[in-house]
Design a protein around this ligand. Structure first.
Ligand code: HEC
Length: 214
């Protein structure tokens, strides 16, 4: 925080060059990530017309519904972030992310008839604190997906989010984050705890509450 003000001018120059390079890298990595994501989840071809009908009419179980909502939120956040990064750079993307991430989560919740959000043991936005039932998983810092029956009859899913290279722009060690990005983060999130992460580290979780039918 604020350490960049002590930088030598030549360091600042170097820094902005590498920031541009890392923005480009980010965009490429993100495209790659989205590409891989699509490949990893092929749509199953129904073997027969009867099966196709059955697949359409059979209601999805709570676990499938939770996973589908997670995928939808992930995809929507990723593409919105990518668009914001490529049009305005990382500092502008933070602004977009701060306004749109909560809205996108409510949108997906409504469309899927459940509640979904993101949380962490090191929060950026204090409003992303976990629901009470997930508190123990946060304390354990679980890296395994958790599926639980909740007291009120709902179904809960808690799914880990690992840090990818393209997340480092805004969640990496503070001394590696672009000064403009850092000052934007400080402005919007004065209590930001969500820097200092390394690639492949646990960053947080998606939590989902699925109401049971009937
Ligand atoms: C352009 C900067 C930026 C990038 C890149 C970015 N994030 Fe974030 N992240 C944010 C902001 C801003 C928030 C706070 C959003 C809000 O207010 O809900 C956030 C919040 C989160 C949260 C919610 C918990 C919390 O701390 O509030 C998780 C989990 C998260 N990010 C994971 C990731 C992962 C994983 C990646 C890489 C795929 C990533 N982020 C990339 C800016 C970024």
């Amino acid at each position: 925080m604020g350490t960049w003000t002590n930088m030598e001018p030549n360091l600042i120059q170097q820094n902005s060059r590498s920031t541009f390079a890392s923005s480009v890298m980010f965009a490429l990595l993100f495209l790659c990530l989205l590409g891989c994501q699509q490949e990893a989840a092929p749509v199953a071809e129904p073997a027969s017309p009867e099966q196709a009908v059955q697949q359409q009419t059979e209601p999805a179980g709570p676990k499938e519904r939770a996973l589908a909502a997670k995928q939808a939120l992930f995809d929507r956040l990723s593409s919105r972030l990518l668009a914001a990064m490529s049009s305005g750079g990382p500092a502008a993307a933070i602004e977009v992310c701060s306004q749109e991430a909560p809205r996108i989560a409510s949108e997906v919740s409504e469309e899927h008839g459940l509640k979904i959000g993101r949380t962490s043991f090191k929060l950026r936005n204090p409003k992303n604190s976990p629901p009470a039932w997930a508190q123990r998983f946060v304390e354990e810092r679980t890296v395994e997906p958790q599926f639980v029956d909740l007291e009120d009859g709902q179904f809960g899913a808690f799914l880990p989010i690992m840090l990818k290279p393209q997340c480092m722009t805004c969640h990496g060690p503070a001394d590696q984050i672009d000064p403009q990005v850092l000052s934007k983060l400080n402005e919007l999130y004065p209590d930001d705890q969500a820097t200092g992460f390394q690639i492949d580290e646990l960053r947080g979780w998606f939590w989902i509450e699925v109401p049971r039918e009937g």
